[in-house]
Design a binder for this molecule. Structure first.
Ligand code: ZN
Length: 448
């Protein structure tokens, strides 16, 4: 038998090695090369008694599926889903080598320490020690380490769900992120469980004009001037607030005083409240959780200083709330464009609607129960993330999919949020211990 401290030591070492593998995904098919981390994890789990299978839809883009088979096919089954790829990091901006995996004062430093090699690691450590202990669940327990989450999951979860659904489908899935303790007003910690994510509609607006000589600009049809007006209209547009169940239960669950919670729960007051709120981070988060948002981000225009441009491409990042589809987004864009709509072509680069899972499920209850061991009195609160995770693919298989983990309070909330794709990403060993023990406790609670 190992102790929790020994298991945390093992997770720490494994995480350091995963960071050093530097499976950097820059969006190109040849990047990532996650086979190195899939091999590492396979070697780590070998001999523990789990069944393993690897999938390699493109050279080097390997995902690992490990299983402890359940004894009762009708019992609920669970997958712990982590990704092994990370986004690029520029060493010049970091205090320590982003791919050094150094352990300094109880913190493991490096790209992926928070997003999400910490969870990918602790899920593997939990799985290994469950298997070694002779754990025999009723329902299947899967551990999946996927490639390519940081691009579009083309060679990872999306591929597995489309091509190996029968090998990986379980009733429940847990992936990133969540489980970061927030202080409630009553002194009891709140642990967010990610129950859904916003939709992603990236689009290119092509604004058309008429070419001409720039020495005589009067009454010309300049596409760039028109595009500037389009940008202004996008920025000015205020879509109505929509309060999803995940939002109202999140705010209710935090136990804020009425002067904070009431405006957050009132669709007629929330916009003005967010405009004035001194806590900018909270204001942005609250706004994003309750609105479909649009941000103009890239513009390509013009060919030569003396030519009136006849064509501008403007990229807009649109994030939708649950319930919106492409048609709704198009209607919103036409309203924004108004009288300029005839001069603008709309083309979508991605059309991924928001996805959510129900909140009140047996897994929800189990997460609450298991958390009590580590944070007595803690309340789980649902949260809608503005980021995208592989849960949007596993939900297509009918799996209730949440984001969870367990963190210590060593890293503050603002710092934690800034580390996703940011600089000086790091995680403390205590958080690795908490997550490892939580996965093991959860499996023993939920699957037997
Ligand atoms: Zn991630």
């Amino acid at each position: 038998m190992t102790t929790d401290t020994e298991r945390a030591g093992e997770a720490t070492d494994l995480l350091q090695h995963l960071i050093r593998n530097a499976c950097v995904n820059d969006g190109t098919p040849a990047s990532g090369q996650e086979h190195r981390s899939a091999d590492l994890l396979k070697g780590y789990l070998e001999g523990s008694g789990v069944d393993m299978e690897t999938y390699e839809p493109a050279p080097g883009r390997t995902s690992l599926v490990a299983k402890i088979a359940g004894s009762d096919p009708s019992a609920p089954s669970l997958t712990l889903l982590g990704h092994t790829d990370v986004v690029p990091a520029n060493p010049d901006d970091w205090t320590h080598d982003p791919f050094g995996g150094e352990l300094i004062d109880g913190m493991v430093w490096g790209r992926g320490a928070i997003d999400m090699l910490n969870l990918t690691t602790t899920m593997a450590t939990g799985m290994r020690h469950l298997a070694l202990s002779g754990f025999r669940p009723k329902g299947d327990l899967n551990y999946i380490a996927v490639a390519d989450e940081e691009a579009l999951s083309t060679f990872g979860a999306k591929w597995l769900c489309a091509n190996a659904a029968d090998d990986i489908r379980t009733d429940y899935v847990i992936t990133e992120s969540g489980g970061f303790p927030m202080d409630g007003m009553d002194g009891l910690p709140r642990l967010p469980v990610i129950v859904g994510e916003k939709g992603v509609y990236w689009c290119v607006l092509t604004v058309k004009g008429t070419p001409g000589h720039a020495s005589q600009p009067l009454r010309t049809d300049n596409a760039l001037v028109k595009a500037a007006e389009v940008v202004r209209r996008i920025d000015e547009y205020r879509p109505a607030a929509e309060l999803h169940e995940a939002w109202t239960r999140f705010i209710d669950g935090l136990g804020f005083p009425p002067e904070l919670s009431e405006p957050f729960l009132d669709p007629d007051r929330i916009d003005a409240f967010c405009d004035e709120l001194p806590m900018l981070g909270l204001a942005r988060q609250a706004h994003a959780c309750t609105h479909t948002t649009m941000a103009p981000t890239v513009m390509r225009a013009g060919t030569k200083t003396n030519v009136i441009p006849d064509r501008v491409e403007l990229e807009v990042d649109i994030r939708t709330l649950p319930g919106w589809d492409t048609g709704d987004v198009r209607v919103m864009l036409l309203e924004v464009l108004g009288d300029l709509a005839d001069d603008v072509e709309i083309a979508f680069q991605s059309e991924e609607p928001a996805s959510t899972s129900p909140i009140d499920t047996p897994l929800w209850d189990a997460l609450h129960r298991v958390s009590q061991v580590f944070y007595p009195g803690a309340l789980t609160v649902p949260f809608l993330t503005v980021g995208a995770t592989d849960a949007r693919y596993t939900r297509t298989l009918g799996s209730v999919s949440y984001g969870f983990g367990l963190h210590s309070t060593a890293i503050g909330f603002e710092q934690y949020g800034a580390m996703f794709h940011g600089i000086d990403e790091r995680v403390d060993v205590e958080s690795l211990r908490l997550s490892t023990e939580m996965w093991m406790g959860l499996a023993r609670d939920f699957l037997v």
